[in-house]
Write a protein that binds this ligand. Structure first.
Ligand SMILES: [Zn+2]
Ligand SMILES: [Zn+2]
Length: 350
């Protein structure tokens, strides 16, 4: 059976409404309101504790608490859920005719225990929501590592496909404060002369704000997505060229598979980490052709990264174009990197 879904969200609210601040805090020693002072003298020095959540008492009385708890447990600990008003209807659909049939399921946010649909905020920053940031961190790990060793829907045999871990960065927009590493884990002084601490807030900030190319830095981030997209197209071309195949023929022989994450560097520029793999024509489930090697892939990545450029806007008579930085790091991943040379199995990583 196939389903078609219609969803509307009328009024997304950014945050949960705060608990009404009915508790009046008084500093010890401050005069009590006249009516209380007359009741009991000691009250002047007693810090008023906030009353128990009035909503909680009401919910317990209504018997809606179990429902609310069930709804909250689906948030996985998210502390700043997004509240949505709206409704969603699932219909049966005949895939032969495309005709929409009877209603399968209807959900109205007003009928939910909390009176609204609660959705995880999915913020990646720990300071905003520790629970959601942690989920993102683990998802990223699973995504990247499954591309390496199989698992999570990726066939086990991809562990034998040629694959590399590539890091593509933005070009320089001007020198920034950094922590250059010296021999044996030592830290050398920055160009400003200071040996910066790891937590130094100045790290990644321009050495000379007057000459730093802020315009280009900001615009580069805005064009990083298209730049990556074009890079992936160029890479297929470069791989095909090295295999002596036309674009069209290439698709019948092999496929270039990607798993990438975009991260912010200290200097605020986006950079990409990616596992890039050569597969057979249908992907991870088909063996790659004999010519497919990690060396060929590495060579093709270098060529594609050097060639790719995206035209940006013309601002104040300056035409911006965006390229990757020269700092390209490509490392071959071998099965041995993951399991001391043994065959990688699901059991070994479980
Ligand atoms: Zn959250
Ligand atoms: Zn410095």
């Amino acid at each position: 059976m196939c389903r078609v879904t219609s969803t509307t969200a009328d009024r997304p609210r950014a945050r949960l409404p705060g608990r009404p601040d009915t508790a009046k805090h008084r500093r010890p020693g401050s005069p009590a309101p006249p009516d209380q002072a007359s009741q009991k003298e000691t009250a002047i020095f007693t810090r008023t504790t906030p009353p128990p959540l009035p909503e909680l008492t009401k919910l317990a009385q209504d018997g809606t608490l179990p429902g609310i708890l069930r709804q909250l447990s689906g948030l996985g600990g998210c502390t700043t859920p997004i509240r949505l008003d709206g409704h969603r209807t699932e219909y049966d659909i005949d895939t032969g005719t495309g005709e929409i049939g009877r209603v399968l399921h209807h959900l109205d946010s007003a009928d939910l225990p909390a009176g609204q649909l609660l959705v995880r905020c999915n913020n990646r920053r720990t300071t905003r929501c520790a629970a959601c940031a942690e989920v993102y961190r683990r998802d990223t790990f699973q995504l990247i590592t499954s591309g390496l060793r199989g698992g999570k829907g990726v066939p086990e045999r991809v562990g034998t496909h040629p694959r590399v871990f590539a890091t593509l960065t933005a070009p320089s927009f001007g020198p920034v404060h950094n922590r250059p590493s010296g021999p044996a884990g030592t830290v050398r002084p920055c160009r400003c002369g200071v040996r910066h601490d790891q937590e130094d807030a100045v790290l990644g900030t321009p050495l000379d704000p007057d000459t730093y190319d802020y315009d280009a830095a900001v615009l580069w981030n805005a064009h990083a997505g298209p730049l990556w997209q074009r890079f992936s197209i160029y890479l297929r071309r470069e791989v095909a060229k090295r295999a002596g195949l036309s674009q069209r023929l290439f698709r019948q022989h092999a496929r270039v598979s990607f798993a990438k994450v975009a991260e912010y560097q200290k200097r605020g520029a986006v950079h990409f980490h990616a596992v890039i793999r050569l597969d057979g024509p249908t992907g991870g489930d088909t063996p790659p052709p004999p010519w497919a090697t990690a060396e060929l892939l590495t060579d093709a990545i270098g060529a594609a990264a050097a060639k790719v450029r995206v035209d940006g806007p013309v601002i104040d008579g300056r035409a911006h174009t965006f390229t990757f930085g020269r700092q390209l790091d490509v490392r071959t991943i071998r099965s041995a990197d993951f399991n001391d040379g043994q065959e990688v199995t699901e059991r070994a990583v479980a």
